[in-house]
Design a protein around this ligand. Structure first.
Ligand code: KG4
Ligand code: ZN
Length: 363
């Protein structure tokens, strides 16, 4: 089975083609990503309207380039998959409408993919990983702990109550005048800093459950910065280091709770049990180190997909599409673009799938 996957839910336009062999193994035939950092940099963050226009301009060309790279014609593809949510709605529509056009023109089925399912399956692009596994998804748009029980079956253990972890990095970087995207800039700045100099709150310390919160931390950092008299380079580095350490510690502590739940729920899962981290924040060394230490203590092994599949890409969308196709699940051409779309069935029942707001795509 061969699937073309398209992605445009945030600020990466992407197209990929994957083949799934009869033994379930995966071959990546094309994998293209077009970022938009330069377009958003002057504004210090992703501007949804600029993102949507850039996706609309890029999608058909990317799909054609992916087919060319794979050496395939459209009629040799078995289905066209696209992210249909959650994400910035104008962006989501670009890949989804391109996929609908290609499906309609070629007579192949459309597969509407949940972007979060793409991230959840991404470790299976690069290694053989059996279900179940625990997944920490940490990006600019999402912070979630999920159990991947099987392809198509996910259970959410926790999510952020306010900002995503990447957002906390980005917004703090902006306050410190570090540019966009903020996460990598803040990490570089923190290298020369003393994390112990500033006292920052530990979000949800001692609170039960596996949810996250980063808004308080972000505000505390801003207040410290604004309270400094003529702050200089060392102040900037010290505060960057303190914020990075606090985010890393919080991610590790909440994930530790999820590891304990997972261990209790799946006593037969062989040790070390798998903990997967995916999303752009997984690039952060302090975060990885904290997670590795917490995983080792709890009898888990930390698995991080290669960076190109940790951040937004279409290979993971094509993979989720292949899995849906293998289960015989395809979608009608009126499949909606969704700003919100919880991955697990229980949350999907509680939350309406369409809409936005505090418990939106970030959750
Ligand atoms: O997964 P991703 O590329 O896009 C989505 O948000 O979906 O993640 C981007 C996020 C941004 O918030 C960025 O600042 C953060 O990941 N990030 C980092 C690092 N590299 C990327 N945060 C901290 N340290 C890094 N080295
Ligand atoms: Zn993503």
């Amino acid at each position: 089975m061969i699937v073309l996957g398209l992605e445009s839910s945030c600020d990466e336009s992407a197209a990929a083609i994957l083949r799934r062999r009869s033994d379930g193994s995966i071959e990546v035939l094309a994998d293209l990503v077009l970022g938009q950092i330069d377009a958003h940099a002057p504004y210090g963050g992703v501007v949804p309207e600029i993102a949507a226009r850039a996706h609309a301009e890029a999608m058909d060309g990317l799909a054609a380039a992916a087919l060319k790279e794979a050496g395939l014609a459209l009629d040799e593809i078995d289905a066209v998959a696209a992210t249909s949510g959650p994400g910035l709605i104008g962006g989501v529509m670009a890949a989804l409408m391109t996929a609908k056009g290609l499906a309609l023109g070629s007579g192949k089925p459309l597969i509407a993919v949940n972007h979060l399912e793409g991230h959840a399956l991404s470790p299976r692009l690069s290694e053989t990983l059996d279900f179940p596994y625990l997944l920490l998804l940490v990006s600019g748009g999402h912070t979630q702990l999920l159990v991947a029980e099987a392809a198509g079956r996910y259970r959410r253990l926790g999510s952020t109550l306010d900002d995503a972890a990447g957002e906390a990095f980005d917004k703090t970087a902006k306050v410190l005048g570090l540019g966009f995207p903020g996460g990598p800039a803040l990490e570089r700045c923190a290298q020369n800093g003393d994390a112990a100099r500033f006292d920052l709150p530990t979000p949800l310390k001692g609170k039960p459950g596996c949810d996250f919160s980063f808004a308080g931390l972000k505000t505390a950092a801003r207040q410290i910065w604004e309270g400094l008299d003529q702050p200089g380079e060392q102040d900037r580095a010290d505060l960057a280091a303190a914020v990075q350490a606090a985010i890393a510690a919080s991610l590790a502590a909440r994930t530790r709770r999820a590891m304990d739940l997972f261990a209790a729920d799946y006593p037969d899962c062989a040790t070390p049990r798998p903990l997967v981290v995916a999303g752009g924040v997984a690039a952060n060394t302090a975060v990885r180190t904290a997670l590795e230490a917490a995983a080792a203590k709890a009898g888990f092994r930390l698995i991080a997909p290669p960076m190109k599949w940790c951040t937004d890409n279409a290979a993971m969308i094509a993979l989720a599409g292949l899995e849906k196709l293998a289960r015989g699940e395809t979608d009608a051409l009126d499949a909606p673009a969704r700003a919100r779309w919880p991955l697990d069935a229980a949350s999907a029942k509680l939350d309406p799938a369409i809409g936005s707001g505090r418990k939106g795509p970030k959750a």
